[in-house]
Design a protein around this ligand. Structure first.
Ligand code: BMA
Length: 328
């Protein structure tokens, strides 16, 4: 490592990009922004966002024993938009985040439903990624980047999401007794302003990672530049019993577009993780991310290392003016 290099918290797979449109069993334009989970038998399942040649997205499952290669991809779309039953899906469904909810014995998928009103948050449940029970829109447009927590908090389900409000594009949490009625909305993490890497927008990336010291939240930050938006990844820690309370937030991004397949594509300079799987050691995190809105990459890190970095980052921060604005 050269003297000016920083320690990398995520390492890219040598197999990257691990999935591209060329791998698909039917004609598609791009595959990116995949939700991820490990099934009971250890198989890695990616629920990929697939864009067709109209520009509309649907979801398609890919399964692999090692989560790296030898993917078995569904022969036809796994979950198609249903514009008749759910008009909010008229222009497609995008960016799924998967959470296994023990209490329900099923996977909850929060995804973006895109229609005339803009993007909104929709929810469905599945046991097998073959049949799905749709709940429809749970957060009205304009809202996206949502994931359900894996268990209730103070007796209620909780959802992280990113509504666009007059305050800006910030991360919020909301609560529900039944997954259908939502309230108790609280601002969690605001986009910073000015020169920050996460100045213009923030949004949850993969679902939250529960650790003894809090919910580890990997989030994407957007900075607008003269030649377009830069999408990078940062980390924060939320209190276990009140996720609106931010315990720590790193100042620096921990993963950003660097390689050719991240810097060139339909939307250049984008890394956009929507899912992770946890290694058998309970520490290794396999992060699946959309690269340049065109293909899927895999990067591997350690939860312990990210938590350690966050603790040091918070200690290093020092001056109060570096704190994110408390405007809620
Ligand atoms: C965001 C989402 C993502 C996309 C990203 C970069 O707003 O729409 O689906 O990957 O922009 O284009």
């Amino acid at each position: 490592m050269t003297a000016n290099a920083r320690a990398a918290l995520f390492r890219r797979s040598h197999a990257n990009p691990i999935l591209t449109a060329a791998d698909w069993p039917y004609p598609v334009h791009t595959v990116f922004n995949a939700g991820a989970t490990r099934l009971r038998d250890g198989t890695t399942l990616l629920l990929c966002r697939v864009e067709d040649h109209r520009g509309h997205s649907h979801l398609c499952a890919a399964r692999s024993a090692n989560g790296i290669d030898d993917w078995r991809i569904d022969e036809s779309p796994t979950l198609l938009p249903d514009a008749e039953g759910f008009p909010e899906e008229l222009w497609g469904i995008e960016d799924p985040r998967i959470t296994f909810v023990e209490e329900l014995g099923r996977y909850a998928i929060a995804y973006t439903a895109f229609s005339k009103g803009g993007p909104g948050v929709a929810l469905c449940l599945t046991e097998d990624f073959r049949s799905f029970e749709r709940f429809g829109l749970v957060m009205q447009p304009d809202d996206k980047d949502a994931a359900l927590f894996p268990r209730r908090i103070h007796g209620e389900f909780a959802l992280i999401h990113r509504p666009m409000t007059d305050l800006g594009a910030h991360i919020w949490v909301s609560f529900s007794p039944d997954l259908r009625n939502w309230g108790g909305h609280r601002l969690v993490l605001p986009a910073r302003k000015g020169a920050w890497w996460d100045a213009n927008k923030v949004g949850l990336s993969p679902p939250l990672i529960e650790t003894p010291g809090g919910w580890l939240m990997l989030y994407h930050g957007v900075r607008h530049t003269a030649s377009g938006s830069l999408y990078r990844l940062g980390a924060a820690l939320l209190a276990l019993d009140s996720p609106e309370a931010v315990i720590a937030r790193g100042d620096e991004w921990i993963f950003g577009p660097e390689t050719d397949y991240e810097c060139r594509g339909d939307v250049p300079n984008v890394v956009f993780p929507c899912g992770y799987t946890m290694g058998d050691d309970g520490d290794t995190i396999h992060l699946y991310y959309g690269a340049a809105d065109t293909c899927i990459g895999l990067a591997t890190g350690s939860v312990r290392a990210i938590l350690g970095w966050l603790a040091h980052a918070d200690a290093r921060r020092g001056h109060p003016s570096n704190r994110p604005p408390p405007d809620r």
